[in-house]
Design a binder for this molecule. Structure first.
Ligand code: PLP
Length: 492
């Protein structure tokens, strides 16, 4: 199977090349030339499989060159989870939660980033590449830690992470600052996530940086969801959730369901879109945002406009105005028009804005429902849900529950809300939301939340305060290149 760039459909590479490269040389994103199908019979067979087998089956459709090893990689990656990697929780009839935060770093990024190192090193073997791979990550908080944990001490790889200074939760920052491993580096960067992401993207398309790194034996790649290898494992859990609904008798195979997804960089919800295109019976995709509601406005008006205030919210992993993966959706909805997509992305870069046609907007409106929740509504949702059901949501998941409520109205359609983080990662906001005071010490706060909710507190979060802080530096926006070159030179 070939992959093409969203900005140049005649540029074709294999899946292995797409994963090793991360982003296309023209700045576009790789998409499969043909979207593979899952037949009704195959879908039914998934119900009999465990999670690693389901994931290997779905991923194998996209990466046939890695097929032989996929199952053993999925088994290894998902053995790092605490029990079922993607359990479905029934709250009431037609209302379900898909918990994706049982991995080593307690956010859904683990679903892909425990597996990506296998996909990457396997792809390098297929391509007979012996250079070191330098993974550059811009993170709004969760990707960074998950990438560091995934690539830690993996042969032939290094991982450097940049997170917005003051833009992540205290626990997220502690997780990254205390990261162990001999092939990792972390730095805060001045500015917000969009600044970090665009500075990292700039390095990817800068030939002189690439050449300098190549002379030191390094090839650049990405663990952000711009990398197809990061996105494809995420398609699997939508099929898995559906299979669980069928096998528990909640729905019959073929029934349509809706998914509500807390959205930032548009990777998670885009994976749901691809699942639908592959044949998963999806009625609607609910795109849930926080106050940084550029996507809600887009789905209302067809205008993507980043000229607006940037808010720091209590769901910081979604504090994003330039959603990278939206480019892939735009490419699809334009009828795979690479020139038009390139032009729009250029407009976005130059003027911070682009507009889609009425026809495109009408198509999108049939598929997507968009809504957003302010911090106040998010907290009310956490508090109300806890009171009504005893279930404690993290702020990101609560944003999606709020949007799911807005969508469902009086409808009878089953809806699955995707839960993306453990409430412990955002312990301060969660305690406030359930009307509790917040102890100053992070550990005391964690223990308090455990006492209030009876949700088991993960050991790896509890021990954070006792670990050495290895990475406490901050660089300016123009400092990324310097950090990367210094790291590479020291190791070369
Ligand atoms: C990354 C993240 C999101 C947003 O996911 P995207 O794929 O970037 O849209 C939502 N919630 C949490 C907890 C996250 O870490």
């Amino acid at each position: 199977m070939n992959y093409i760039s969203t900005r140049n459909a005649s540029l074709k590479v294999s899946g292995a090349e797409a994963i090793v490269g991360g982003i296309a040389p023209d700045g576009g994103l790789y998409v499969p030339e043909v979207i593979p199908e899952v037949t009704a019979k195959e879908r039914e067979a998934l119900a009999e499989m465990d999670y690693p087998a389901r994931a290997a089956f779905i991923i194998g459709k996209y990466l046939p060159e890695l097929k032989d090893e996929l199952l053993s990689w999925c088994e290894k990656a998902y053995s790092r989870f605490d029990g079922d990697p993607a359990p479905l929780v029934k709250i009431e009839d037609n209302f379900y939660l898909l918990e994706l935060w049982h991995g080593p770093t307690h956010a859904f990024k683990d679903m892909a980033l425990t597996l990506l190192p296998y996909l990457l090193t396997g792809s390098k073997r297929v391509l007979k590449r012996t250079d070191r791979t330098l993974i550059l990550v811009a993170t709004s908080g969760d990707t960074g830690k998950a990438a560091l944990e995934g690539f830690r001490d993996v042969d032939g790889t290094d991982c450097i992470v940049f997170y917005p200074s003051g833009g992540v939760s205290e626990l997220q920052q502690l997780q990254m600052q205390t990261q162990k491993g001999g092939n990792v580096y972390v730095s805060a960067i001045e500015g917000n996530f969009d600044d970090a992401q665009s500075a990292v993207k700039k390095i990817f398309t800068d030939d002189s940086v690439r050449n300098n790194l190549a002379s030191l034996g390094y090839n650049l790649s990405s663990a952000n969801s711009i990398n197809w290898g990061r996105l494809v494992p995420q398609i699997a859990y939508y099929f898995s959730a559906y299979a669980d609904l069928v096998s528990s008798g909640e729905i019959e195979d073929g029934d349509k369901v809706a998914f509500s997804v807390p959205t930032g960089n548009f990777g998670n919800i885009l994976a749901c879109y691809y699942a639908m295109r592959m044949g998963l019976p999806v009625e609607r995709l609910v795109c849930a945002s926080n106050d940084n509601n550029v996507l809600t406005d887009f789905f209302d008006t067809g205008i993507y406009d980043v000229h607006r205030e940037f808010y720091k919210t209590i769901s910081p992993s979604m504090d994003i105005l330039v959603s990278s993966n939206f480019e892939r959706l735009l490419f699809e909805v334009s009828g795979r028009d690479d020139e038009l997509t390139a032009r729009r992305m250029n407009e976005l870069k130059e003027n911070g804005k682009y507009v889609v046609s009425d026809g495109e907007l009408a198509k999108l409106s049939e598929l997507f429902f968009a809504d957003y929740a302010s911090d106040e509504i998010t907290k009310e949702t956490i508090g109300g849900f806890f009171e009504d059901t005893g279930y404690i949501l993290d702020p990101h998941s609560a944003v999606a529950v709020s949007a799911a409520d807005a969508y469902v109205g009086s409808d009878e359609i089953p809806i699955v809300t995707v839960c993306t983080a453990s409430p412990y990662k955002f312990v301060g906001s969660v305690l406030e939301a359930i009307g509790e005071s917040v102890p100053k010490s992070a550990i005391k706060a964690l223990v308090k939340l455990e006492n209030e909710t009876a949700l088991p507190l993960p050991e790896s979060l509890k021990e954070l305060e006792t670990l050495e802080k290895r990475f406490t530096g901050v660089v300016g926006r123009d400092g990324i290149e310097g950090v990367v070159m210094k790291y590479a030179k020291e190791r070369a």
